[in-house]
Design a protein around this ligand. Structure first.
Ligand SMILES: Cc1cc2nc3c(=O)[nH]c(=O)nc-3n(C[C@H](O)[C@H](O)[C@H](O)COP(=O)(O)OP(=O)(O)OC[C@H]3O[C@@H](n4cnc5c(N)ncnc54)[C@H](O)[C@@H]3O)c2cc1C
Ligand code: SF4
Length: 483
């Protein structure tokens, strides 16, 4: 007899065990243990099987959450996996790093009713990790080869989701990436304690086993032009992400030991992967023993503060110009950082970096902020409070202010490629095609800095649109040839 659902009345919400902060400060391993099958089943059975499942509505890939929760509660894990992987190429990655508190779990009906959300992300991770352990995760096998090819620029989640979908349809797929490893920000941005690299690597291996070709260390624009890719392939997908770090102009910004967040995170991730990183080895990108100040309030800032803690920083302070409620990063990440000893200074913005007398930073002078009237976007405008200055000592300052797109028309040697005034690639919303015939775009390069799950969604949608486009072109060519 399958267990009844709706157990939220009698069973409390329980996440998998979390390692104690004092222990996790010392290493880069993931912080949550796995659910055991009984606990996963019990927690899944808390779901009330809503007629209108708000969890699913608010999931960017519209995962069929209530159904896979029910299957998990009934111990039918292989079917649960089939269902969860039908809408998401990388469910175990989303289970680990989606900001569920802002998506499915934040909108779960029993969370809204005050019972505590169903632990959707943890169950999703459990289902897919189990599928990997039991050998249920298999490379896609196209029913037939189409004899058509697609070139994908960028091996991040957007490019990889599209690659899998297209390969399943029978396309020959080649992913070009300027990095030496495939995975985009999953490999070089997001730290191990949120997403272990092996979890990403086994996905890339699976795609390679499915026949997806990877051209690493190939920078489009430098090693091969967009024109050349258009000649080589029947369609091209741009999924190159956004990498131009935002900066600010305050006195002292040019001092030594003030570094962009991604340089710092890439160095840490590379070191963890066993690469030699001179700027880490000589101490420039290593927080060990330092007083670290991170400026910003998004996911990147949270990853920096938590990395600095693990590297053995003397102190770690995060300055953010709005308040806790207005942090763009996941609240769960903020809570983890606080547990790990990070000090948050809300409503504070840097005004100047102070010189240690030898050209390096010695501190950050900041002003207290008052949140004024909302602007056109509805967000309150931060205003410095006069005479409210204070100084935070710093040996290393990390700027985590967000990212903008690089100048793609220049970078790709394609001045005709249309971009928006923010530099993101312009696409036709219906076809996802840029103004260049056969060139599509997806992920952060279209949305601006966003989330992994949105990149996956875009990659999947783009694969459908590309298929439609190539099929129509092929049909038109065949018709002309037959005339
Ligand atoms: C530090 C950090 C932490 C984050 N944490 C989270 C999180 O916890 N949860 C979450 O959902 N999202 C998080 N994000 C956001 C998330 O990583 C991105 O939204 C997502 O990776 C975007 O996917 P993408 O495929 O569009 O681009 P990317 O992942 O950026 O991949 C783009 C790829 O294109 C390659 N490329 C770029 N230009 C070229 C070129 N000219 N030629 C060849 N290759 C090129 C790059 O090397 C890269 O591999 C985080 C972002 C950062 C920076
Ligand atoms: S909103 Fe919550 S309770 Fe309702 S179906 Fe989704 S997970 Fe279950």
């Amino acid at each position: 007899m399958p267990p009844a659902m709706l157990k939220f009345v009698t069973v409390a919400k329980r996440m998998p065990d979390k390692r104690e902060a004092a222990r996790r400060r010392r290493d880069f391993a993931e912080i949550y243990a796995d659910y055991d099958p009984a606990l996963a089943a019990e927690q899944s059975a808390r779901c009330s099987q809503c007629g209108i499942p708000f969890c699913q509505i608010h999931c960017p890939v519209h995962n069929n959450i209530p159904d896979w929760l029910k299957l998990t509660a009934e111990g039918r894990l292989e079917e649960a996996y089939e269902l969860s992987s039908a809408t998401n190429n990388f469910p175990e990655i989303c289970g680990r790093i989606c900001p569920q508190d802002r998506l499915c779990e934040g909108n779960c009906v029993i969370e809204q009713a005050g019972h505590g959300t169903v632990t959707i992300g943890a169950v999703e991770k459990f289902i897919t990790d189990t599928a990997w352990e039991r050998g249920w995760v298999k490379p896609v096998r196209p029913r037939r080869e189409l004899g058509r090819s697609v070139g994908i620029v960028g091996g991040g989640p957007g490019g990889l989701a599209a690659a899998e979908q297209l390969r399943a349809k029978g396309y020959r797929v080649r992913v070009y990436d300027r990095h030496d490893r495939i995975g985009g920000l999953l490999i070089y941005g997001i730290p191990n304690f949120k997403l272990e690299k092996t979890v990403v690597q086994r996905r890339t291996d699976l795609l390679a086993a499915a026949g997806v070709e990877f051209a690493a260390n190939v920078e489009v624009g430098r090693d091969v032009g967009l024109d050349e890719l258009r000649r080589r392939h029947d369609a091209v997908l741009l999924a190159s992400g956004v990498y131009k770090a935002r900066d600010f102009a305050v006195p002292g910004i040019g001092l030594g030991n003030i570094v962009p967040a991604l340089d710092y995170l890439v160095a840490s991730n590379r070191t963890g992967l066993g690469d030699r990183v001179p700027a880490y080895e000589d101490g420039r990108l290593d927080a060990t023993g330092k007083r670290v100040v991170v400026i910003g309030g998004g996911d990147t800032a949270m990853d920096c503060v938590r990395t600095a803690v693990r590297q053995g920083a003397k102190s770690v302070t995060c300055l953010y110009r709005r308040d806790r409620a207005n942090m763009p990063g996941s609240m769960r990440e903020v809570a983890h950082a606080e547990e790990e000893g990070v000090e948050f200074v809300w409503l504070a913005a840097p005004e100047a970096f102070l010189d240690d007398g030898a050209g390096a930073v010695a501190g950050v002078r900041a002003a207290r902020i008052h949140l004024g009237v909302p602007d056109a976007s509805g967000r309150q405008t931060p205003r410095p409070i006069e005479g409210s200055h204070f100084t935070v000592p710093a040996d290393l300052a990390i700027k985590a202010l967000g990212f903008d797109p690089e100048d793609l028309p220049v970078l790709f040697g394609a001045p005709e490629l249309a971009v928006t005034r923010w530099g993101t690639v312009k696409i036709d919303r219906k076809t996802m095609m840029t103004n260049l015939d056969g060139v599509f775009a997806a992920g952060d390069i279209v949305r601006g800095a966003s989330l992994v799950v949105w990149a996956i969604r875009d990659g999947r949608d783009a694969a459908e649109r590309i298929h439609r486009h190539v099929t129509a072109k092929t049909a038109a060519t065949t018709a002309v040839a037959a005339e």
